[in-house]
Design a protein around this ligand. Structure first.
Ligand code: ZN
Length: 316
């Protein structure tokens, strides 16, 4: 198994966009800066989408103008199309990467962006070409890679074909999204084994949702198949509005806690990350889904135990 992994925190985009209320820009800037100081090396800060479609991220320009993020953190934004790329390029000095996305299944892509998969791919190839020419690192994320809420099973061969198109157009990283939490660990292990054969030289990233509580089990399966790149969201924020009430991405603090306990490096300070997640909890005014936010980091320090060695009686 790998001994270090890369984690991209996507909460400020994937999380904030799925909140019913718009989070104040001041709060977003503060939370993003807290995250950027945790040792995270990859941070998706916002998205250049139409304000009438996703009003929660209508302040993308202001957020990017205001946030102060250390040099060593790679800043990315999600862009749906060329117009989004134009918006991102207005902040070229602040942005290192762009992420583009489409779904592997026709019905989910239609519901999400009102285009066929072929139309989405053609548009994204143009975006990836332009972004690469601008010197931006590019990731292509494929939603519903492990199953579709409308169509059921998704053929992995189709997912890899889409991944190959994205890579040929300039994506050096391809992310596979389990958008509605349909993946299971056996499927994930086999999927990443095959993905490495089908997409040689491409960084492969797992983006799991905890919709059915299998997020971390899927992480372990991906690790066992050699995957060393993950996307997650502090506080378990975000997710997909379908089905209603579904939980979000795997929580970054749960992921980091598990990896550190397994002896796998992330470079992230778990206590600093927990502080950011707790701050998000207080901004949103409700309990978030993360487990580690409740339990805290595992404490391995030896404690003073009120009993003697085994076999002896106390107060005898
Ligand atoms: Zn997600």
């Amino acid at each position: 198994m790998v001994d270090a992994v890369k984690i991209r925190e996507v909460g400020p985009r994937d999380g904030f966009q799925n909140e019913p209320e718009r989070i104040a820009t001041d709060d977003k800037v503060r939370l993003i800066e807290m995250l950027a100081a945790t040792g995270l090396r990859r941070l998706e800060v916002t998205s250049f989408v139409r304000a009438d479609v996703i009003p929660q991220l209508a302040d993308a320009d202001e957020v990017l103008r205001r946030v102060r993020i250390p040099e060593e953190v790679s800043v990315s934004v999600l862009v749906p199309n060329e117009r989004g790329l134009d918006g991102a390029l207005g902040h070229r000095d602040k942005i290192d990467e762009i992420n583009v996305f489409l779904s592997a299944s026709e019905s989910h892509n239609r519901h999400n962006v009102n285009r066929s998969v072929a139309e989405s791919l053609a548009g994204l190839e143009t975006v990836l070409g332009r972004a690469t020419a601008e010197g931006l690192r590019c990731e292509g994320v494929i939603s519903t890679s492990f199953g579709c809420p409308y169509e059921g099973d998704v053929d992995p061969a189709r997912v890899f074909e889409i991944g190959a198109r994205l890579a040929a157009a300039g994506a050096v990283e391809v992310g596979f999204g389990d958008t509605t939490g349909m993946a299971n660990p056996v499927q994930v292990r086999e999927f990443f084994g095959r993905a490495q054969e089908k997409l040689p030289g491409v960084e492969l990233t797992a983006h799991f949702h905890n919709t059915r509580g299998q997020g971390l089990a899927n992480v372990l399966a991906a690790l066992e198949a050699g995957c060393d790149s993950f996307e997650s969201s502090f506080g378990e924020l975000g997710g997909c509005p379908v089905p209603p009430g579904a939980t979000g991405n795997i929580a970054t603090e749960d992921l980091v806690s598990m990896l550190h306990e397994m002896g796998i490096e992330t470079g992230i300070d778990l206590d600093a990350l927990l502080a950011a997640a707790r701050e998000a909890q207080s901004v949103l005014g409700r309990s978030l889904g993360s487990h580690t936010i409740v339990a805290g980091a595992v404490d391995h320090r030896p404690r003073a135990v009120p009993f003697g060695p085994l076999g002896t009686k106390r107060n005898s």
